[in-house]
Design a protein around this ligand. Structure first.
Ligand code: F6R
Length: 614
């Protein structure tokens, strides 16, 4: 999703801006640009990669001490140079339409009232050169400018409805950048005699580790060696400066072809880091206030999107089956807008890799407005809005996830959610000491169990060669492996562009069986659990229609390869934690199928990593 970097310094900040964009590249983008003050407004924009923007900037000798930069993920207006940020104002007084005016801006988010603002600005003589809602903001700031950019931005954001993070500068005040945020993330980086803005602290790794997380509605004024912030009511505020050791996103690929492959293979390490220090089950794993929060709840409501939603769907089986606590899982973008019946004794659990997903944050706030105060997040970014806004948190330690398709975040979320299950089970009297010890032993075994599953890669590559020639695929699972089938189908469709659907296997005969032909590969997640015999009947239904089965059978499933039935045997039988292991071959299947089809695995078309707009 879009990324912002901005800076005010006495040195040339173009390399910092470009490097910051490179660190935000993993979020996904379709165009990029940079603008600086150099005796007026200068900019370069591109629909190519940031590396090419860097060459363009060097070629055009663009340099300056004040500037802003952006990676854009198109919402309003197609991916094209004229829609790429930064945008310049073109007011009634500015000569040619293409000539730069006086204000430059970059923006993340969506302005909902852009149509009416555009009409009003056009009527005043403002010219529009793009289809973006961002151009409305820059013209609005210009129209309110009376020699003080901070005042103009404060007045402008007052008129905006929707979500935004912006960074702006004006050629009439060359040593000043003004930022503002509401609904989209923005941090301030404090340097020595210089200050920075960015969408996340990672963009400033190596530049400054002194980070201020701006609050909803904040407007910030950056100058050389000083800054100040006002809140949504324009009252001056002090926000804490935190020392943040952000990792550079420009991680090394090492021996891997893609970040997704690397991240799949990092899962044993990611799980062991996530579980590090967990010696026993206790509420404090989730924060100091956990015991008091857990005593005030009788049910759980999980809110999340995409892959994180599927980890929530898996956890529902654990929470109801082991902790005996009623659990509901909702897609955040649906929950936030539907009428629901709130129960204040509900624990809201948000699940998010990034901790910045707009729909999940909005759903959390909606739940709070409905009177559900107790909240917990399972999140991979300790400094994210999600962690800041929830009372309790379990921070997964997957490490930076760069591949757009989430892999290690999913399995580490499951580990965190399993710990939550055990903790609630213990508090509700459903976990004996023996059971606790058994579960902890099984969790500690996960890294080596995952390594054994990863060794199946050569067999999965064999499957992927068949899948690469297909246009459709079906995934089946039952019970807690149904969400794993859903996740397998999501992975395949998002990176290989093969249409894939997942069904609980018992539903097959109620419709989807009509799709099954010899051209339809059917992946079946078939561990030896209470539903195995039922699943075997569903597999027969597929074979009887000529469908080709690709079966993940665990060591005890007793399913053998035969004509039309391709079995990969999982190294062990895993019990309750089986979903964490069975998802890995499906991640590898999607990855190798996408490689065989030659798609851009780490940056699939139309998708962004961190979805900070609605
Ligand atoms: C799919 C994927 C997305 C994310 C979703 C939520 O591979 O990565 O479906 O899971 O956008 O993102 P987070 O977890 O950051 O809230």
């Amino acid at each position: 999703m879009c990324g912002i970097v901005g800076a005010v310094s006495a040195r040339n900040i173009v390399p910092i801006l470009v490097q910051g964009l490179q660190r935000l590249e993993y979020r996904g983008y379709d165009s990029c640009g940079v603008a600086v003050y150099a005796d007026g407004l200068k900019r370069a924009r591109s629909t190519a990669r940031v590396a090419e923007l860097a060459e363009q900037v060097a070629g055009e000798h663009i340099q300056g001490g004040t500037g802003i930069a952006h990676t854009r993920w198109a919402t309003h207006g197609a991916p094209a140079v004229h829609n790429a940020h930064p945008h310049f104002s073109h007011g009634p007084g500015d000569a040619a339409a293409a000539a730069p005016g006086r204000v430059a801006i970059v923006h993340n988010g969506i302005i909902e009232n852009h149509d009416e603002l555009r009409a009003a600005l056009k009527a005043r003589g403002y010219r529009f050169n793009s289809q973006t809602d961002t151009e409305v903001i820059v013209h609005l700031i210009d129209s309110l400018y009376e020699g003080d950019l901070f005042e103009a931005v404060k007045a402008a954001v007052h008129q905006l409805h929707g979500a935004y993070a912006i960074a702006a500068f004006c050629k009439d005040e060359p040593h000043r950048v003004v930022g503002a945020r509401a609904g989209s993330p923005l941090v301030l980086g404090v340097g020595k005699d210089e200050n920075f803005l960015a969408s996340d602290a990672m963009a400033l790794a190596g530049v400054t580790d002194q980070i201020v997380y701006l609050d909803e509605g904040d407007v910030v004024d950056l100058q050389l060696g000083r800054y100040w912030i006002v809140d949504r009511n324009h009252k001056p505020v002090q926000r804490p400066v935190k020392t943040v050791h952000a990792h550079s996103g420009a991680a090394e690929l090492g021996p891997y072809r893609h970040f997704m492959q690397k991240e799949i293979f990092e899962q044993p390490r990611a799980i062991s880091d996530t579980l590090e220090g967990v010696e026993q089950i206790m509420p404090e794993l989730f924060g100091d206030k956990a015991l008091s929060v857990f005593k005030q709840i009788d049910r759980v409501l999980i809110l999340a999107c995409g892959t994180s939603y599927y980890s929530g769907c898996t956890a529902k089986y654990w929470l109801e089956g082991i902790a005996c606590i009623p659990t509901q899982v909702e897609i955040a973008s649906e929950y936030r807008y539907r009428e629901s019946v709130p129960d204040p004794r509900t624990l809201i659990v948000t699940i998010s890799q990034s901790g910045e997903t707009a729909d999940t944050l909005a759903a959390l706030r909606h739940a709070r407005e409905l009177g559900m105060e107790q909240s917990l997040t399972v999140c991979n970014v300790a400094t994210s809005a999600m962690v800041r806004e929830c009372k309790l948190a379990y921070i997964t330690r997957a490490g930076v996830e760069i591949g757009v398709a989430s892999t290690k975040a999913f399995t580490t979320q499951l580990a965190g959610l399993f710990l939550l299950t055990l903790t609630l089970a213990q508090l509700r009297g459903h976990l004996t000491e023996t059971e606790e010890a058994q579960h902890l032993k099984a969790m500690r075994h996960l890294p080596s169990a995952l390594s054994a599953v990863l060794a199946l890669e050569p067999q999965i590559i064999g499957w992927a060669e068949h899948f690469a020639t297909k246009e459709h695929a079906l995934f089946l699972g039952r019970g807690m492996h149904y969400p794993i089938a859903l996740e397998g189908a999501l992975k395949l469709k998002e990176i290989s562009y093969i249409h894939a659907e997942a069904y609980p296997a018992g539903e097959l005969k109620h419709g989807p069986l009509a799709l099954v032909t010899s051209e339809m590969p059917v992946v079946t997640v078939a561990p030896n659990d209470a539903l195995l015999e039922k699943l075997k009947s569903n597999m027969q239904e597929v074979r009887a229609r000529g469908g080709l089965l690709y079966v993940l059978a665990d060591a005890d499933s007793k399913i053998e390869s035969s004509e039309g039935v391709n079995v990969i045997r999982m190294p062990e039988h895993y019990g309750t934690l089986s979903p964490l292991l069975h998802v890995v071959p499906l991640q590898l299947l999607a990855y190798h199928t996408a490689c065989a089809r030659g798609t851009d695995v780490d940056k699939p078309r139309n998708l962004a990593k961190s979805v900070t707009v609605e």
